[in-house]
Design a protein around this ligand. Sequence first.
Ligand code: SF4
Length: 120
Amino acid sequence: MADTATTTAALIFSGVLEWTTNAACTGQNKLFFAPPGERPEARAVRESQARSICNTCEVMPDCRKWARENREYGFWGGESEEERAAAGYRVDMPVGRVARYPRGNGEPVAPRDGRGIKTA
Ligand code: SF4
């Protein structure tokens, strides 16, 4: 069985995530994913900065398609979670609920099967 790093590398370098090699946001995760407890004002500033980067990115169409189809959390392809929801691609749980309302044994809720990258 392949480990997570091998699987992810395969997706990036020869698979469905090949477009990420040309991503303008490489190394800037803090702008694209909300920290715990982020206030609305801080979120607006962070997402504005992320949007500026997306607007220069040559792979935005591929990125937006991936995020919509995989119901990603965070800022992808020039869209926030709310904007993807408005386009008909809601996340599994409302923004912030995954961290605030863990299920069962207290672990965060896993993504639905059949979409996204499995890490375990
Ligand atoms: S469109 Fe935005 S989130 Fe997607 S790869 Fe480009 S910079 Fe990153």
